[in-house]
Structures are given as structure tokens and as C-alpha cells.
Design a protein around this ligand. Structure first.
Ligand code: NAD
Ligand code: MG
Length: 395
């Protein structure tokens, strides 16, 4: 039915991390609905070439690169174009809080997204949140600030979008459990011994999703699911004792909510991030996307099993970080970022990743996260600690 349907109002958006996997999927949606979205600002880390292409196509007024020399190159590339090019964290903050923006798509990878995302919240922007690490580092602070500034944070992460959709129209007090599904990542079938010698190339072969390198390694260690448990705790304000994880290799059921009457509500679909991104962008409406439909008769069979904490201990660390609370999740997150980078650079083994995270958490004295600085300080401390462990393990 198309007649009589009102056109959605024009929305002005900013994309933080526009050159990444989520960023480019978001721009694909903007391309499909040019009368619905106006791009005011874009940011990236250091990819000036890709950002130049996006500037020419989407004509933002303001952009920023966190890398200053990349920003200098971009200024040369964009000579004569009506765009202001900023650099560094200050630049990211300015784009995140651009006065005309109504919705900010937060899609930077890692803790680097915390400061700009919080700046967007503090300037009253609605948030479509893909960048999960800030929620892990400072989830309570982000939610408190969102409440104070009348901001809604819409999940983009497919599991959290599924839970968000499964909660719509229901009462929170009727929820019994949230069940996050996990594909198990690229290495689910390997033995403990085999995991030791896994190369980055092998770990990067995700069975269902095409994503940035960091989250793909996180999927292989199951740290991604550990981070997502923390993310769910803050997004939905529910204790970790009511959050469960189930392995579902096919990534068709994106997550489920169980209610007190033992009814379960789930959201299903083929794995394509444009579906959850579009829901966060047009909520409560849905975009007519001409993507392939899920044909369950063709799939015929879906499988489920319990996570294996023995081979994949990172998931348990996610729960543990929440039980300890305070700065422990930020510590876990930072150590993971350092360890994943070292693994990708060939510096450590796959199985060293969890050892570095655990050893960093073991020697951390947790304190409350009352301010942004509390989270950033724990992040700095943990990075330094984890770096020293990487050096000690370096091959
Ligand atoms: P990506 O590596 O493909 O892209 C990251 C983006 O952030 C790029 O634009 C990059 O230029 C920018 N960036 C990197 N480092 C930066 C820094 N220090 N300062 C500023 N900008 C920086 O990552 P991605 O796969 O798109 O993931 C983005 C976020 O979304 C992550 O937090 C990830 O966990 C989450 N997420 C991604 C997917 C997915 O399908 N890719 C799914 C769910 C959640
Ligand atoms: Mg996810």
C-alpha cells in the first residue's frame, strides 16, 4: 500500500565514521532516500580519499578527520568545494554537535567514539548507535546524559535492534530475559589447540557478516558478545543476570525477548546491516528496502547451542566486568582494543588476546564512573597496561 502514506519529514544527519562499514551502509540508505536525509557532516579517521568521494556526492557543510595530516591532504583534494574541513578530536566534536543536525549516526570503531558521541548527546541530537564501545566504557553516564538532554539512543547493533523491536508495545516489568544470539564467528569449530595458531587472515573470515576488522576479530573471540552484553545492560536498563547468550550460527534470528508468561518475541531477517540502520534512522517508520526476502522454507533449518566458555572465555569476561562494575568494563574494552590490534599486526597469538584482557582486568582497581574523565582515565591506564603485556608476549 503506498497511496495515502505520508512522506517522512526531511531529517538532517551527521555520520561519525562515515568511511567504515556501518558508515558506507548508512550512506547507501541516504542514497536511496535523498528526499528524506540531508547530510550536514561526516567524519573519519584517516581515509581522506574515501571521504573526498563522499563529500563530492553528499555535499556536507562540515567534515573532520581525526588524523591531522589526512585532513591537510583532504583540504588540497577539496580545494574550491564549499566544505569546512576540521581535524583532530576538537574537529570531531564540532561535527558531532553541528547545530543543524537532528540525528547523529555514531559509527566510529572503538573507544575513540566516546567523546564525539557524548558531545552529540550533550547537544541534544538523537543518536543511532552502532559504536558499542562507548556504551561499554560509560554506559550509565551516556544514558544519564541522554535523559538529561531529552535524547533517545536507537540501537543499530543487529542484536540490540532486534531486542528493541521485540520490546516495542510491551511493558518492561513483563520482561523475563533478553537473549542475544551470536554467530560464533569465524573460528567456532576449532579446538583449543587449533585456536593458538590461527592467523589474522583466517580469523577475519566471518561466516555471515562483512564488517570492519576489529569487530570481526571480536566476533571470533566472542569478545563482541561480551561487549554486547554490557551494551544491552545499559541500552535496556536490565541487570546482567537477565541477559543470556545463545549461539545461532546462521544469524537469522537476531535476538529474542522472553516475557513472564514464557512467550518469546524475536526479530528475524537475512544478515544485512541496512535493516537495523534504517530502523534507527526512520523510527518508528520502516524503509521500503528492495533487499532479498528471508525465505524460511529455503533455509529450512536453524540451529542453536550454548556458548563454549572453555574455548571462548571472552564472553565470560563481559559478564564479569559488569558484576565488578565501575571502570572495569572500560578497562576490559581498552585492553581488548590493544590486544586485537597487536594480533592483527602479527605481534601476538590469537589466544593471547584473552590473556591480555584478563591480566589487565586482574590488576585493575575499579572505581565509579561519575564523569567522562573517570572513563577516559581507566581507558588510558588499561591501554598502557595492555601495551606492556603485548611487549612481554611479542613474538
Ligand atoms: P570500520 O573499521 O569499518 O569503520 C570505522 C570508522 O571509524 C571509519 O570511518 C574510520 O575512519 C573511523 N575511525 C577509526 N578510528 C578512528 C579514530 N581513532 N578516530 C575517529 N574515527 C576513527 O568499523 P565498522 O565495522 O563500521 O564498525 C563501527 C562500529 O559499529 C564499531 O563499534 C562496531 O562494533 C559497530 N558495529 C558494526 C557492525 C558492522 O556490521 N560493521 C555491526 C554492529 C556493530
Ligand atoms: Mg552485533
Amino acid at each position: 500500500m503506498s497511496h495515502g502514506v505520508k512522506k517522512p519529514p526531511m531529517k538532517t544527519i551527521v555520520i561519525l565514521g562515515s568511511t567504515g562499514s556501518i558508515g558506507t551502509n548508512t550512506l547507501d540508505l541516504v542514497d536511496r532516500f535523498p528526499e528524506e536525509f540531508r547530510v550536514a557532516g561526516l567524519t573519519a579517521g584517516s581515509n581522506d580519499e574515501k571521504l573526498e568521494g563522499q563529500i563530492r556526492r553528499f555535499k556536507p557543510r562540515l567534515v573532520a578527520l581525526s588524523d591531522a595530516s589526512a585532513a591537510a591532504r583532504l583540504r588540497q583534494r577539496c580545494e574550491g568545494l564549499p566544505v569546512e574541513i576540521l581535524a583532530g578530536q576538537e574537529g570531531l566534536i564540532q561535527v558531532a554537535s553541528a547545530p543543524e543536525a537532528e540525528l547523529v549516526i555514531s559509527a566510529i570503531v572503538g573507544g575513540a567514539g566516546l567523546v564525539p558521541t557524548l558531545a552529540a548527546i550533550r547537544s541534544g541530537k538523537q543518536i543511532a548507535l552502532a559504536n558499542k564501545e562507548p556504551m561499554v566504557m560509560a554506559g550509565k553516564l551516556m544514558q544519564d546524559e541522554a535523559r538529561r538532554h531529552g535524547v533517545r539512543i536507537f540501537p543499530v547493533d543487529s542484536e540490540h535492534s532486534a531486542i528493541f523491536q521485540s520490546l516495542e508495545g510491551h511493558r518492561k516489568e513483563d520482561v523475563r530475559r533478553l537473549i542475544l544470539t551470536a554467530s560464533g564467528g569465524a573460528l567456532w569449530t576449532l579446538s583449543r589447540e587449533e585456536l593458538q595458531d590461527v592467523t589474522p587472515e583466517r580469523a577475519l573470515q566471518h561466516p555471515n557478516w562483512k564488517m570492519g576488522a576489529k569487530i570481526t576479530i571480536d566476533s571470533a573471540t566472542l569478545m563482541n558478545k561480551g561487549l554486547e552484553v554490557v551494551e544491552a545492560r545499559w541500552l535496556f536498563d536490565i541487570p546482567e543476570s537477565q541477559i543470556e547468550v545463545m549461539i545461532h550460527r546462521e544469524s537469522i534470528i537476531h535476538s529474542l525477548v522472553e516475557y513472564q508468561d514464557r512467550s518469546m518475541i524475536a526479530q528475524l531477517g537475512l544478515p544485512d546491516m541496512r535493516t537495523p540502520i534504517s530502523y534507527a534512522m526512520r523510527y518508528p517508520g520502516r524503509m521500503p528496502l528492495d533487499l532479498p526476502s528471508l525465505d524460511l522454507t529455503e533455509i529450512a533449518k536453524l540451529t542453536f547451542c550454548k556458548p563454549d566458555h572453555d574455548r571462548f572465555p571472552c564472553l565470560g569476561l563481559g559478564y564479569e566486568s559488569l558484576r565488578v562494575g565501575g571502570t572495569m568494563p572500560a578497562t576490559m574494552n581498552a585492553a581488548n582494543e590493544i590486544a586485537v590490534e597487536a594480533f592483527l599486526n602479527g605481534g601476538i597469538r590469537f589466544t593471547d588476546i584473552v590473556e591480555i584482557i584478563r591480566s589487565t582486568m586482574d590488576v585493575h582497581t575499579t572505581k565509579d564512573v561519575e564523569t567522562l574523565e573517570d572513563a577516559l582515565e581507566a581507558d588510558r591506564w588499561a591501554r598502557e597496561k595492555a601495551e606492556s603485556l603485548v611487549v612481554a608476549l611479542a613474538r
